[in-house]
Design a protein around this ligand. Structure first.
Ligand code: ADP
Ligand code: MG
Length: 334
């Protein structure tokens, strides 16, 4: 065989070898589910590290212990029980609160972690579900809500006595990002996290194509509970709506996204909003914020942000999406 042919054959076998997976042994699919942050979580990653998902689960537990509102001694519990004193907290907690205040600023107070006294008067999941809170008590709770009173510094967090915070609208998003970072640091290139409906992808699928993420139908009337599908690689898809935590009384839907001015659920034309963003934190904060803004203001707000897109569903089942999702979001055929 001539030298030229030998070189050509060598080149072909190298190309084939690379196409069939290269030199590295291909990573195996591993999955894990659990119950953290008051919700079901699942992690699917491609890795040959047998300990990885155990360690990731331990991280979830650590974040749960840090950010739970109800666990005595958590950072949030300490802040809410400090009677006006400054409390030393972890860097994670400081980071989340600083970012939350930024969203309060951006949304002119529609997003507000000091909503907690109002949240505490509602029950959307337990024995008191279906019972409306006392109107005067709710008005008194709403009077305490004021994000501008939250003081974060290197020394910790201070809120006035009587005020309390709730990170329910953002903690899951923040933790999803941190767990994805943890997995990436340990070599994961492809994966899929679903933390109670907050989806975050790591890269694309191992075959090089994008993940197709189903956008939840807020009212469950569409086929398979999915409104449509969005193609994502390395991005998050997070939904907020009136369906998961809520109840009806006399034809009115009461749900868990509250108006900080009144303490009553936000009532507008929307049934749900899904946000597509690079970070799960931004997606989580924005899904709640944009829901509270309503369809028109919410659409304009998202169109003005780079790299962030949204799908909106109204209570009468109209589905719209922002311009950046053209060609990426496919509406489910009925
Ligand atoms: P989910 O918990 O289903 O992911 P969200 O991310 O929209 O939904 O968060 C809703 C939670 O946020 C509520 O259960 C409550 O704890 C908190 N919350 C309610 N209203 C507001 C608000 N206006 N600003 C900030 N947090 C809120
Ligand atoms: Mg949210």
């Amino acid at each position: 065989m001539s030298r030229k042919w030998t070189a050509a054959l060598l080149c072909l076998s190298l190309t084939l070898g690379l196409a069939l997976g290269g030199c590295a042994p291909s990573a195996a699919k591993q999955s894990r589910s659990g119950f953290y942050f008051d919700t079901v979580i699942s992690m699917t990653v491609y890795t040959n590290d047998e300990k990885l998902l155990d360690d990731a689960q331990a991280e979830c537990q650590r974040y749960d212990d840090l950010l739970s509102k109800t666990k005595v001694g958590s950072d949030v519990w300490n802040i809410n029980h400090a009677n006006g004193e400054r409390v030393a907290v972890s860097e994670d907690t400081r980071d989340i609160i600083e970012k939350a205040l930024e969203y309060s600023r951006l949304s002119e107070g529609r997003f507000d972690i000091t909503i907690e006294p109002c949240v505490a008067l509602w029950d959307f999941t337990g024995d008191a579900m279906g019972i409306l809170p006392d109107g005067d008590a709710l008005a008194a709770a709403a009077a305490k809500v004021d994000w501008t009173q939250v003081d974060v510094s290197d020394g910790g967090v201070r809120i006035p006595a009587g005020m309390t915070i709730d990170l329910g609208a953002i903690a899951k998003g923040y933790i999803t990002d941190r767990i994805a970072d943890f997995l990436k640091d340990r070599g994961v290139k492809n994966g899929f996290l679903n933390f109670g409906g907050n989806v975050l992808t790591i890269g694309g699928k191992p075959d090089g194509t994008a993940w197709n993420i189903g956008v939840q139908d807020p009212q469950g009337t569409q086929s398979q509970g999915i409104l449509g599908v969005v193609a994502v690689e390395g991005e998050a898809v997070v939904t907020s709506g009136i369906y998961e935590r809520g109840f009806d009384v006399d034809g009115v839907r009461y749900h868990h996204i509250l108006d900080p001015k009144t303490g009553w659920p936000v009532q507008n034309e929307l049934a749900g909003v899904s946000i597509v963003a690079e970070d799960a934190f931004d997606a989580d904060a924005l899904s709640t914020t944009v829901f509270a803004m309503g369809l028109e203001a919410g659409t304009a707000f998202i169109e003005g942000l780079d790299g962030i897109e949204a799908v909106f569903v109204t209570r009468d089942d109209a589905v719209t999406w922002t311009s950046g999702l053209e060609g990426r979001f496919t509406l489910q055929e009925q």
